[in-house]
Design a protein around this ligand. Sequence first.
Ligand SMILES: Nc1ncnc2c1ncn2[C@@H]1O[C@H](COP(=O)(O)OP(=O)(O)OP(=O)(O)O)[C@@H](O)[C@H]1O
Ligand SMILES: C[C@H](N)[C@H](N)CCCCCC(=O)O
Ligand SMILES: [Mg+2]
Length: 238
Amino acid sequence: MNTSSSFFVTGTDTEIGKTLVSGALILKLREQNKHVVGFKPVVAGTYLEANGKLLNEDLETLRIASHLSPEELNLCPYVLDTPAAPHIAAAQLGLQLNLATIIKAYELIRAQAESVVVEGAGGFLIPLNTTEDLSDFAAQINLPVILVVGMRLGCINHALLTVEAIESRKLKIAGWIANSLSSKMDLLEDNIQALQTRIHAPFLGLIPTLPSEIEKPNNAPYTLAALQFAAEHIQLPS
Ligand SMILES: Nc1ncnc2c1ncn2[C@@H]1O[C@H](COP(=O)(O)OP(=O)(O)OP(=O)(O)O)[C@@H](O)[C@H]1O
Ligand SMILES: C[C@H](N)[C@H](N)CCCCCC(=O)O
Ligand SMILES: [Mg+2]
């Protein structure tokens, strides 16, 4: 695996566009003829597909981006049905998430791909269990981090807290992306400017609100058109 074209994608919160960005990054790496696959340490939340299968939107999006068929490769070791904090969703089933299992699944993917785009779950510090959290996973795999900032009021504080947490684990921030979410925030450009002067890592672009005809449907992955739209607005770290 090529670590200079593999990334850990984190964000200022859950539901701020990590999956949109991860899919777009996969498309951009594929444009460079890289064999790139996605990975998620854990997903929480499934939907029932017409054929009766329970699927997860993020994993299906990563498959669409990588052009992987439904059963090809195991992109995630923990698929939980309840859309909640993963360690809580797991506890409800009498399960405990553990870092070693996640690392093992990641290593299997890493061995089979040239590049891996790892999408975090929720924000940077979500717990896995009482002693481990997602940042332990990020620190162990040691990939350059891409921070997605969901552009809404409060994002400056969330972004700066996340940057501190990433940097205190000695991880490299390869860049950050502003994602405009479903409605454009007031004073968007001023907020981006405020972040640019405070995040000492490259700004890789602003993804505008998706046009309505390609917005993500409920209980379904992003379409390729949405991922392509996002990809056109961002650049890969140089
Ligand atoms: N640029 C955008 N334009 C319009 N809607 C967006 C945009 N980005 C994200 N969204 C909406 O926000 C929702 C959350 O986005 P997404 O699933 O990519 O977030 P996430 O950070 O990956 O969440 P999770 O923590 O669950 O993995 C999506 O369902 C989508 O409808
Ligand atoms: C279910 C959701 N979409 C995410 N996959 C998990 C979000 C975890 C958030 C935990 C927290 O920070 O409180
Ligand atoms: Mg996601």
